[in-house]
Design a protein around this ligand. Sequence first.
Ligand code: CU
Length: 220
Amino acid sequence: MVVTGLLRLADVSPLDCAGPNACRIAGLYIVVFWVAMFVLVVVGGLIVFAALRFRRKSDADEPAQVHGNARLELAWTAFPLVILLVLFSLTFTNMEYIRNGPSPSLTVKVTGQQFAWSYTYPGNVRSDTLRIPVGKPIRLEVTSRDVLHSFWSPRLGGQIYAIPGQINHGWIQADQPGTYFGQCNELCGTGHWLMSVRVIALSQSAYDSWYAQAKKAVGG
Ligand SMILES: [Cu+2]
């Protein structure tokens, strides 16, 4: 169990996105990452440069004392402001798509409880595995029966908080058939590690026949 758990880690990188929602999020992340790297290198570089270049050489002579530099102060205020504005507008213009996406072809209710996920399809069809048709936006309505949980299948979409007495929504989409893993992302008790997420993306016809079977089982 531990070994399969470790193997599955390889399948949960959000950077290895497998659908439009996850890829939009990964795209944003990459931009933020490189901006942050740029800031790290510039600021870190200047600190190292200053530490080496302006070392105390003797106790006798005091270095030049500089009081204020309007141009420099303006620059280091304006530049972070520009970065913030760019990141803000990038995030703001993507939020609607990441949250709501295109109009969904299916809505599944996701319920977290200590320590498992359950999925309810139209017609009261229930499953402990999330089966979805491939290439279609799937709306998820997420809630919890007890404590806080968080639904996340990183290759398919962002995480959605599961809060008792409240329904949060989000969406996922898989571009290729396959199995996509995930994990409850909110520490929820001793069995938290057990709350893995398994999403199986099927062709529309395979999904339809699974759904028809499952619906028959509940007498639909
Ligand atoms: Cu949990």
